[in-house]
Design a protein around this ligand. Structure first.
Ligand SMILES: NC(=O)c1ccc[n+]([C@@H]2O[C@H](COP(=O)([O-])OP(=O)(O)OC[C@H]3O[C@@H](n4cnc5c(N)ncnc54)[C@H](OP(=O)(O)O)[C@@H]3O)[C@@H](O)[C@H]2O)c1
Length: 284
């Protein structure tokens, strides 16, 4: 059964209504209200059983995300995780670090990704809650080294905003991003206070209320350092990664050591080794 059953779920607030977009596929997910001056920001990540999320890719066939998810795409856990990620794209807008986009250039973070089966129930959910059809894509970048031919910059109806430095804005402008309709929220974001200010501007100037940041680990850590990473949904799979076989291994934040609270945990069945967890940093 590819449904995540959430147990000991401590979040019972539902600004988006208590009804699931499709009860056969999703239990409802609640969120607190956004902050008065910035969005509620949640990470969405998948980690191996030994906490690995990525490493430096040795070549085009070296895909850490696939390895962490394990081989078979048809397992119930794999299906549930894919749906869970799409579901979490239904509450507001989405975010991604530039390095992830370079590693996965075809990534388009919509409830129905290109080539996938239609999910009208997810789009109905967005529209019923006054949200635009597609989530807006927030791309984080320091240097703007991105190819504006990537599908995310060329998907009709999908607006892109770059949260980055003046250098990122200049580089992407020179590459034709403005002609693609890209908006810039430019601050010296290497400074945590400036990254925080950029999110206040996303809230005040662009109406961003909920932001699902799908990694990678570098940008999640930058958000955490700025105090704006409110919680993280992490799927812990059954894959065990041999860390000695890879370079520059990145591990998920140590939630316990960082004082996060486990607000919900779920599984697809009692005998599944996969765990769907929700760790909260900022109480509201
Ligand atoms: N396991 C998972 O769930 C998961 C999720 C996502 C990605 N991944 C994998 O993780 C790898 C990429 O992750 P990563 O951690 O290396 O990189 P990342 O977080 O995707 O992106 C890092 C980039 O973000 C920009 N950046 C850094 N600090 C910033 C700040 N303070 N403000 C604004 N922008 C900032 C920089 O962009 P510029 O380089 O443009 O200057 C930096 O290179 C890939 O292999 C990807 O497939 C795994």
């Amino acid at each position: 059964m590819a449904l995540i059953h959430w147990h000991h779920n401590a979040e019972t607030r539902y600004p988006f209504g208590e009804r699931s977009p499709d009860p056969d596929r999703f239990e409802p997910i609640g969120f607190p209200a956004p902050w008065p001056d910035r969005p509620w920001i949640f990470g969405v990540m998948v980690a191996s059983a030994n906490d690995v999320v990525a490493w430096k890719r040795a070549g085009p066939d070296d895909d850490p995300v696939r390895a962490v998810l394990g081989g078979d795409d048809t397992r119930p856990e794999r299906i549930a995780d894919r749906r869970h990620m799409r579901h979490l794209r239904c509450f507001g807008d989405v975010g991604i670090g530039a390095q992830t986009l370079r590693a996965q250039p075809d990534l388009v973070q919509t409830p129905q990704e290109p080539g996938e089966e239609p999910v009208p129930e997810l789009y109905d959910f967005r529209l019923a809650h006054g949200l635009p059809y597609h989530p807006r894509a927030v791309i984080y970048s320091l240097f703007g080294r991105l190819d504006v031919a990537h599908p995310v910059f060329n998907t009709p109806g999908l607006d892109v905003m770059v949260v980055g430095t003046p250098v990122a804005e200049a580089t992407l402008t020179a590459r034709g991003a403005r002609e693609k309709g890209v908006a810039f929220v430019t601050e010296h974001v290497i400074d945590p206070e400036a990254l925080r200010r950029a999110h206040a501007r996303l809230f005040a100037d662009h109406g961003v209320r909920y932001l699902a940041c799908e990694g990678g680990e570098t940008i999640l850590r930058a958000l955490h350092a700025a105090g704006v990473l409110d919680e993280v949904f992490v799927t812990v799979t059954d894959a065990v990664i041999d860390e000695s076989a890879h370079e520059d291994v990145l591990r998920i934040v140590d939630f316990d050591a960082d004082g996060a609270q486990l607000v919900a945990e779920g599984a697809t069945s009692p005998d599944s080794a996969w765990r769907f967890r929700r760790w909260r940093f900022n109480a509201r």
